[in-house]
Write a protein that binds this ligand. Structure first.
Ligand code: S3P
Length: 170
């Protein structure tokens, strides 16, 4: 059974959607940032600060190789830049969760843990830089996605149901 791979910008809700799918199916989920953090025994923020972004991207490529070879039937949520690993589509069916940048940012701010959510993301420290990164990545996300879900006005359960329904039709 193929994996489902959730891609999309920071804060769009990839992890929450993965957890909602787990609740409704027998699938298990994993998150590439979690895999990297446990492998390194330190946070993404620490890896960026202590080793730099290039090393983090190397760890993402290493994780991608493992996913391709060893993981199946799993719902995989990914860090916002993970989609750049080579042969991404070989990992599974790629689903882009997307919303306009301002919607994503407003949602993060509305969250009770907003400060924590922003602090742990090294590439979301400057809002204009984050916006530019979103603009740069959007066409690239669209290119790699097998399916695109606009999550702007949807709650997590609705999105999860949509993905499960589409999965059954395949
Ligand atoms: C990144 C997104 C983060 C994390 C790292 C880099 C990115 O994951 O992998 O901070 O390049 O967009 P989330 O998308 O879960 O925030």
């Amino acid at each position: 059974m193929k994996n489902i791979v959730l891609i999309g910008f920071m804060g769009v809700g990839k992890g929450s959607v993965a957890r909602a799918i787990v609740k409704r199916t027998t699938m298990m989920a994993l998150d590439t940032d979690d895999v990297i953090e446990s492998m390194e025994n330190r946070s993404v923020k620490e890896i960026f600060a202590q080793e730099g972004e290039a090393y983090f991207r190397f760890l993402e490529r290493r994780t991608a190789r493992w996913l391709k070879k060893k993981v199946e039937g799993t719902i995989i949520s990914t860090g916002g830049g993970f989609f750049k690993v080579p042969a991404m589509k070989k990992i599974g069916t790629v689903i882009l969760l997307n919303a306009p940048f301002d919607t994503i940012y407003e949602r993060i701010l509305a969250h009770p843990d907003a400060e924590k959510k922003l602090k742990k993301r090294p590439l979301f420290q400057d809002i204009e830089k984050a916006r530019a990164l979103y603009e740069e990545r959007l066409p690239e996300y669209l290119k790699v996605a097998d399916m695109v879900i606009d999550v702007s006005d949807k709650d997590v359960d609705t999105i999860a149901k949509e993905i499960i329904k589409k999965g059954k039709k395949r």
